[in-house]
Design a protein around this ligand. Sequence first.
Ligand SMILES: [Zn+2]
Length: 166
Amino acid sequence: MPLLLSCHSELSEESMSMDERLLLKEAIAEAKLGLSEGGIPIGSVLADLSGKIISRGHNLRIQTGDPTAHAEVVCIRNAGRRTDWHRLVLVSTLSPCIMCTGTSLLYKIPRVIIGENRTFKGAEDLFAANGVQCSVLQEPECIEIMREFIQAHPDVWNEDIGVPGA
Ligand SMILES: [Zn+2]
């Protein structure tokens, strides 16, 4: 599979120069923007392999009433029509759920940077099974913003991850 091999070599060369924490900072800024709108503080950015940001998004489920408006899906939606997904990096403040993981896998995004997975661990095993390079940074700011939010709005959080209501 020469295509896959070329993707991987491209990835390893360019990903060396990428600052994961810098990209995560941009995703955190999106999470804070969401919080300021009364939404769930989860943010995401898509960048190319040199670290240039292609699109941004934050969870809009509360703001729009759209149950699928998770940060990563919104960010991917904001990137519009493209054919270079296999050269992009998805960054999220929180471990992506199975829906967001599925969307990312569909478009063959080869690398994912995750702010933290202590609050919630999504489908990281699926990323691994599909050869996606996954970094989990366990950034204290990401953990803290979710801890505060869940403490204040446990019901809204349970709704976000599909916990059945009473
Ligand atoms: Zn999701």
